[in-house]
Design a protein around this ligand. Structure first.
Ligand SMILES: *[C@@H]1O[C@H](CO)[C@@H](O)[C@H](O)[C@H]1NC(C)=O
Ligand SMILES: *[C@@H]1O[C@H](CO)[C@@H](O)[C@H](O)[C@H]1NC(C)=O
Ligand SMILES: *[C@@H]1O[C@H](CO)[C@@H](O)[C@H](O)[C@H]1NC(C)=O
Ligand SMILES: *[C@@H]1O[C@H](CO)[C@@H](O)[C@H](O)[C@H]1NC(C)=O
Ligand SMILES: *[C@@H]1O[C@H](CO)[C@@H](O)[C@H](O)[C@H]1NC(C)=O
Ligand SMILES: *[C@@H]1O[C@H](CO)[C@@H](O)[C@H](O)[C@H]1NC(C)=O
Length: 543
């Protein structure tokens, strides 16, 4: 067994230990609950009443049977950072996707395990996460096993000099209960080596490269374990290789008509047709059908420019029945979240900031405590051209940040301001430090135990801390900022408590906006408002 194989195996056992741990935690620990989470206009540090042992406390506003999720650390911290339902509601646990029945199974032929493989997006972490969410929803909805890409050097996540390779799953909590997953190496062992469902390269050198790259890979052509080689191979052997692009295509999941192979669509009722039209706008609708469904392996060439799926899952996949679409939005909210390690570390910081704001600012008066937060993106936003859209640079000086945001925050009032940033030069923030008590992640290294964690977690921790700010100001076009907005939405925080620093975009989150091109430049309230109900989220759900 190679070193990398044993790494994969130990990751698996860690997963099992985690699952076991969560189970024991769920049954063993007395839970507390407080409305502190809601944060709307009140921050309180009083402890809530205890419930009886194994019963999770209900989650107000969520479907029946939902409990408030917890992280495996201090109770106060769970209350501060968790936004997911765990357990999920009775309805969600009983839900079966209408797209998971197999037409071939209906004809009494033995069902073959079907797979979905994909290439990680070519951008930074938040772009990779966006595309990954699409893959989770698709695999879960269509009853496929999700093939996890091998560990690879994820763009900009190279802080650990001893091991620059990571798998996506490292950053998320386990979600095996909502989608079946398999590692690329196991997929090859089972399907290519044992069952011989897919031919291996005849050339021995190429075969060696392939077998190495399924374990872990690098993004270079020349490498002996090349992600590009692996991706090309998968594209060659897969039974269906979509050429969909997030800004040019939209995927329609019509539960009534897909089995009839409605590849052209148009079988929906009138209201559904209108909704599909609004959803896709200028994009070409692609209708999920039997051909796609029956393909044993679907491979997404999503690392390539032409097939990039750099859009939020809820702006790419449209379920003609809103109750099904809302179910998948809840699935992402409740099950595809950052790991406990990330939430615990961030929660310690949120707790400390909250306490500091409570004790130092409001003298215990309550109502106005809480900290402000900003995401100040300095490294130029990667210039990506998607169709007609090009992301401009959004770099502005700290003076401008102060001027642009002063009317939404409370300068010169001894306020705490948490800044999530990639700028390492503190002098840059001087103009803001004159008006606020500024805090950065580094100030909490010891408190949050950052030195014991994967150094690549810092961005995610920054996001969670910033998401709990009373008012948050982000950088437009940044998917890092946008996701902070989504997490705030999951928490039930009003969109009117978020702004963008750039004067041209300052009020983007203030009102109801239906998803529009360029879809990736921001998040949209359809991703989180009204999703615990059965009808299509609309302006009436906006808060
Ligand atoms: C090995 O793979 C490369 C890349 O796919 C291909 O160009 C080359 O022809 C292959 N070599 C042999 C001997 O098949
Ligand atoms: C690939 O492997 C060959 C022999 O196995 C070796 O000579 C070569 O240096 C390797 N290339 C890289 C980029 O590691
Ligand atoms: C809150 O802060 C005060 C000092 O500002 C400290 O004495 C107290 O222990 C802190 N409480 C918590 C729960 O961190
Ligand atoms: C904050 O909560 C406390 C206790 O629940 C309550 O008495 C107070 O009125 C609340 N303040 C605001 C501003 O809502
Ligand atoms: C840090 O930023 C300040 C102000 O923006 C600048 O004057 C200084 O040269 C910077 N220092 C470094 C080391 O880049
Ligand atoms: C946003 O603000 C601008 C002025 O900066 C205003 O013209 C525009 O109507 C506002 N948009 C919305 C949706 O409120």
């Amino acid at each position: 067994m190679t070193r990398l194989e044993s790494y994969t195996v130990s990751l698996r056992s860690v997963q099992y230990i985690l699952i076991g741990g969560i189970f024991l935690y769920a049954v063993g620990i007395i839970v507390t609950y407080s409305r502190l989470m809601e944060f709307e206009s009140n921050v309180s540090t009083t402890r809530s009443t205890k419930s009886d042992g194994d019963k999770p406390l209900p989650y107000p506003g969520r479907r029946q049977g939902s409990g408030r999720g917890r992280v495996q650390c201090d109770e106060d911290i769970s209350r501060l950072v968790s936004y997911w339902s765990d357990p999920r509601s009775d309805f969600d646990r009983a839900f079966r996707s209408p797209f998971s029945v197999s037409p071939s199974a209906l004809k009494n032929s033995p069902e073959r395990r079907r797979y979905l493989s994909f290439e990680p997006d070519r951008g930074g972490w938040n772009n990779i996460r966006m595309e990954f969410e699409i893959m989770v929803v698709l695999a879960a909805a269509t009853g496929r096993t999700l093939v996890m890409p091998p560990d690879n050097p994820i763009y900009l996540l190279h802080r650990d000099k001893r091991n620059r390779l990571r798998g996506l799953q490292k950053f998320f909590n386990v979600f095996d209960d909502v989608v079946d997953t398999i590692s690329m190496a196991d997929f090859f062992r089972m399907e290519a080596l044992e069952k011989k469902s897919y031919p291996l390269p005849t050339d021995e050198k190429n075969r060696t490269i392939l077998m190495k790259s399924v374990q872990s890979c690098l993004w270079t052509e020349q490498s002996n374990s090349s992600c590009l080689f692996l991706n090309n191979y998968l594209a060659q052997v897969a039974d269906f290789v979509p050429d969909w692009h997030g800004e040019h295509h939209c995927l329609i999941m019509d539960d009534e008509n897909w089995l009839r192979d409605a590849s052209e669509g148009g079988d929906e009722n009138e209201i559904q047709q209108q909704q599909t039209k609004q959803f896709c706008a200028k994009r070409t609708p692609v209708y999920y059908n039997k051909v796609m469904h029956d393909a044993p392996l679907i491979h997404f060439r999503s690392h390539t420019k032409d097939a990039r799926l750099l859009v939020h899952f809820y702006t790419f996949i449209h379920f003609t029945k809103p109750e099904i679409g809302n179910y998948y939005k809840r699935l992402i909210r409740d099950r595809v979240r950052y790991s406990d390690e990330i939430f615990c570390a961030a929660g310690k910081i949120v707790k400390s900031l909250t306490n500091e704001s409570f004790t130092s600012y409001s003298n215990g008066a309550g109502g106005d405590a809480g900290y402000f937060s900003m995401h100040i993106r300095r490294g130029s936003l990667i210039l990506i051209t998607i169709g007609d859209f090009q992301w401009p640079k959004m770099r502005i000086s700290a003076d401008q940040w102060h001027e642009n945001t002063r009317s939404w925050l409370e300068p010169d009032a001894g306020r705490l301001l948490y800044i999530a940033t990639d700028e390492t030069n503190r002098t840059f923030f001087g103009p803001l430090m004159e008006h606020y008590k500024v805090r950065f992640l580094d100030d909490y290294s010891e408190l949050a135990g950052l030195s014991d964690l994967d150094p690549n977690f810092v961005g995610m921790i920054d996001q969670v801390v910033a998401s709990r700010g009373r008012v948050f100001v982000g950088t437009y076009f940044s998917s890092f900022s946008a996701y902070i907005g989504r997490m705030r939405g999951y928490h039930g925080l009003s969109g009117k408590r978020m702004f963008y620093s750039h004067p041209k975009y300052w009020n983007e989150t203030q009102n109801w906006v239906y998803p529009h091109p360029a879809y990736a430049s921001r998040e949209y309230p359809t991703g989180w408002v009204g999703i615990d109900k059965d009808d299509e989220p609309s302006e009436k759900d906006f808060y």
